[in-house]
Design a binder for this molecule. Sequence first.
Ligand code: HEC
Ligand code: HEC
Length: 176
Amino acid sequence: MRPRLPGTRPRPCGADLRAVGSALVLVLAALAAPAQAGRDARMPASMPAEYASACGDCHLAYPPALLPAGAWTVLMSGLDAHFGTDAQLDEAARARVADWLRGHAATGRRATATASDGRITRTARFTRKHRAVGESVWRSPDVRTPANCAACHPRADQGDFDDDDVRVPGHGRIGR
Ligand code: HEC
Ligand code: HEC
């Protein structure tokens, strides 16, 4: 028998490697899941030109997958009174943008519980994902409004909201 250090037990090598293997699978799964959760709103390459110019003028050109089709219909039918501003487009452009938004809208469980005003920031999903953000942070001068996604999500314009990249002004990384 080989000499052993006091306090150690002989370990069967095969079982050990299998344990390491399954632990690695679990770690990889844990890493993959949140990354997907933050990147499922990627901006589709087919974006009509007027979407960036007209809808990205006052705020982020929001990726269509942040709202279900019904919410986009409501929003695109009331552009003359759009959250206190006039965001009207000519009818051809409006129809093109509305069709594109609906065609790439949120589906399945991401499409639930949207407030009647069509706000992304009042969807159940938004509220759940931002539980860690306090009211004073939303109202701070660098953020101003929850609608200002890019203040904390550096790649919001590409529809990338991965929680690994979040930087909250004045707080750095939070939520981890
Ligand atoms: C004040 C900073 C701030 C603003 C503004 C903000 N977020 Fe976030 N967001 C966060 C924080 C903090 C988290 C949680 C990070 C964590 O849990 O590690 C988060 C998480 C998310 C997630 C989940 C990411 C994942 O990997 O699961 C999504 C999606 C998201 N935000 C979308 C948005 C959208 C869309 C907007 C704009 C309408 C927005 N956020 C505005 C700070 C912000
Ligand atoms: C003249 C400026 C202006 C234009 C142009 C404009 N918006 Fe907005 N939009 C606003 C303002 C102001 C708000 C409210 C922001 C806030 O609450 O801080 C808003 C909010 C939104 C929200 C909700 C954000 C939230 O709080 O969840 C969506 C979605 C949106 N706009 C989509 C669009 C689309 C689509 C277009 C193009 C058809 C568009 N906007 C064009 C000014 C504009």
